[in-house]
Design a protein around this ligand. Sequence first.
Ligand SMILES: *[C@@H]1O[C@H](CO)[C@@H](O)[C@H](O)[C@H]1NC(C)=O
Ligand SMILES: *[C@@H]1O[C@H](CO)[C@@H](O)[C@H](O)[C@H]1NC(C)=O
Ligand SMILES: *[C@@H]1O[C@H](CO)[C@@H](O)[C@H](O)[C@H]1NC(C)=O
Ligand SMILES: *[C@@H]1O[C@H](CO)[C@@H](O)[C@H](O)[C@H]1NC(C)=O
Length: 335
Amino acid sequence: MALLRPSTKAAMVSILSIFVFCFPSTVLSESFRQIFLPPTGFGPESLAFESPGGAFYTGVNDGRVLRYQPPTGSWTSFAITSPNRTIALCDGTTDPDKGPICGRPLGLAYSPSTKLLYIADAYYGLFVADSNGRLAKQIATSAEGQRFVACNALDIDPITGNIYFTDASAVYDLRNSSKALLANDSTGRLMKYDVRKNQVTVLLRNLSVAVGVAVSKDGGFVLVSEFVGNRIRRYWLTGRDAGTSDIFLSNLNIVRPNNIKRTSLGDFRIAAATVRQDSQTLVPIRVRVDEHGRISETVSLEAQYGSTPISEVQQSGLSLYVSSRGVNFVGVYTP
Ligand SMILES: *[C@@H]1O[C@H](CO)[C@@H](O)[C@H](O)[C@H]1NC(C)=O
Ligand SMILES: *[C@@H]1O[C@H](CO)[C@@H](O)[C@H](O)[C@H]1NC(C)=O
Ligand SMILES: *[C@@H]1O[C@H](CO)[C@@H](O)[C@H](O)[C@H]1NC(C)=O
Ligand SMILES: *[C@@H]1O[C@H](CO)[C@@H](O)[C@H](O)[C@H]1NC(C)=O
């Protein structure tokens, strides 16, 4: 660069700026508001809506699944996953070492037709709660004889009602997720729970920390994000490629993909991060891709979240709802 004439240098800087600063963009016309959790709640990881823009559920640090009821804006404790959980020991705790006793609900999905809420708990496995909530019913703690170590994400097949969920790693539990990153872990699994046969089967193994799941609108494939692998894999459920997988999304500017949520149109919202070129720090982004993996939007959430990682972006009604294990609110972006 030092050898270039100033005018050439300026031209190059402006070309570089196009690459550096246009990715990702920010949407200036959007408004941002926060739905604060009750005082004892922290770290919403995923959201499940009963209806578009309606009541929703979220799992928090102390092991509870909370329910939010608009427009009154009231929160209630809806369900728990751990039979050993006591209010005195657990309510309001942010101590990760209490997770194995209090439970830690991460992935959530609600079925409007059956009115059931499915829950993936990091320490206790796969659960289902009916509209009474309270202690949810445990469905599975292992697959093919191998105990789950870090259940994380789930989704409901819109056609069959079957459940797809992940065990992020077979080695590192939630408390050790930074070690999984250092070790380049690839022991995660994607499972299917057949709701009629009441049976769990393993679809994919050797995943590099599997923390997001979404089924396509037509039930043709299921996506699974690999947080450490920086990519999203597609497993075909129907058609000539059924039973095989390929890479759906892999982009140098999109790292640490977390939860994936399908929109009503059939494309997907992904919570991820990108490396800021000027500081080499990770900042949260939201990405929208169509069902072929084509990126249609990448937006930085740095102005609202700084460098705090986000875990999910979900469209519900007109707004985008953002959850994060590092904050005490649900963020809402409205055009
Ligand atoms: C939970 O309680 C049961 C008995 O009530 C016990 O067997 C189990 O080890 C306990 N689990 C934890 C994680 O404390
Ligand atoms: C995970 O963390 C816990 C507590 O921090 C520790 O006791 C355990 O040995 C760790 N496991 C692994 C596999 O690193
Ligand atoms: C991490 O593991 C994957 C296989 O799961 C491998 O493709 C990749 O090269 C590894 N990365 C590093 C930095 O070792
Ligand atoms: C994939 O995982 C299985 C255990 O589930 C293991 O036996 C096998 O070696 C792994 N394959 C690779 C390529 O790492």
